[in-house]
Design a protein around this ligand. Sequence first.
Ligand code: GLN
Length: 484
Amino acid sequence: NQQVYKHLNAFVGPRHEATLIQEHTWNLRDADKRRDGDTAKSAIDGYLIAVKDNICTPEEPTTCASAILEGFHSPYPATVVDKLKHAGALIAGKANLDEFGMGSDTVNSIYGAVKNIYTQDGDPLSAGGSSGGSAVAVATGQCDAALGTDTGGSVRLPAAFTGITGFKPSYGMVSRWGVVAYANSLDTVGILAKDSSMARKVFNTIKGFDSQDPTSISVSTRSRIAQQLLERKAKLGWGDKPSVRIGVPLEYNTAELQTEIRRAWLNILQGLRDQGHKIHMLSLPATKTALSAYYVLAPAEASSNLAKYDGVRYGNKASALERADNVLFASTRGARLGEEVKRRILLGSYSLSAAAIDNYFIKAQKVRRLVQKDFNNAFALSHPLLRWQDESGNQPKVDVILTPTAQSLPPKLSSLKNRASVESYSADVLTVPASLAGIPALSLPVPTPGHDGGDPNTPNSVGIQVIGQYGDEEMVFSVALSIE
Ligand code: GLN
């Protein structure tokens, strides 16, 4: 087993080298350090948690799977890592990722691609990205849960591809201090776990106000959100057997949606209706333009955030050989950043340039607003941070929105080699809207219709996404729990 796990390439860093991580993991498992009940410090005391390698841990390097940060040791831990440790959790190790979080298959890594636990015709499948290492670490049972980051779907897509649960909280609920920025207006720390109740335990541990993160939601807003939720619970008679209003956005039923996935979605909706929940069709018209807007905004922010990796302020200098032309910044960045990262920096610098900003960046910001408004008009609960008029006419109001997480099952890794980058960008089409709106979204595995169980190596589940109003993570978890 340990050899197999090593070959999947979920973990990186020094401990990964000598298969130490597996031994470490299994020793802990054997000793069963998990503490439950009265003696436990917290709900995750003694649990083993992997951390994506763009989240700072001072004990070992934080590299973002980039040559430019090879060997970089952060002098301080990320707030989320600190919180895990205080709760008694054990850090399993650093998980592999797409360089700086840019990718949807965890293939853009100096450590090599992560392989899914599933195969097709003997070929390894994509684990999704960019938190593919975190997902495979959980799917193989090498840890109880893992931290990932989700900017446009990087926790939800790998969860869907590996048959586990992936949760992205509302923007600002979990501190980003010590998390390497990719597109900071979209970046969130998310959680990968076997099921929603484990993900919820980790979320409750890592959430909270952090003065180090300027976008962290304040204590007073948090209590206002909590108050709003209590009032709603009282009104809905929440707790006994609430009937939840579930929205089904027509725009997510794309022509590209694979048949199994559409069938799985319908099965789940049927099941929820049988449980007494109400299903409402609705329209989120800006969905179609969300992906293009994301791929303008995320690279624009990245081009700014990654400017500091120049070999002087941050990052390893290019060697004398690489630096034959004596241009330190350019040769360092040319030699030490990967192709996809360079592509994003070029894209972002272009869309922010004087000639292009009006047609690209400003337009994309407007689309982002429309996406936010669409969601806001759909939810019965009002947005705790925004005062918006309802512009939806007589659309039904819902508590959550239910969609597939991805349009297709995981592709073969071998098929990605000759794929144009826009093709991998389209893998995020169903996850990006909730990112642009900053609202909570969870992907959970549901059975693949027609999977006869004959070949346990092929994916036997597809990802279904539950999206909630800003700050309404409890509703998202509770709907996920009623599906599981
Ligand atoms: N695949 C998307 C991208 O490459 C999302 C990445 C993420 O959420 N970190 O930008």
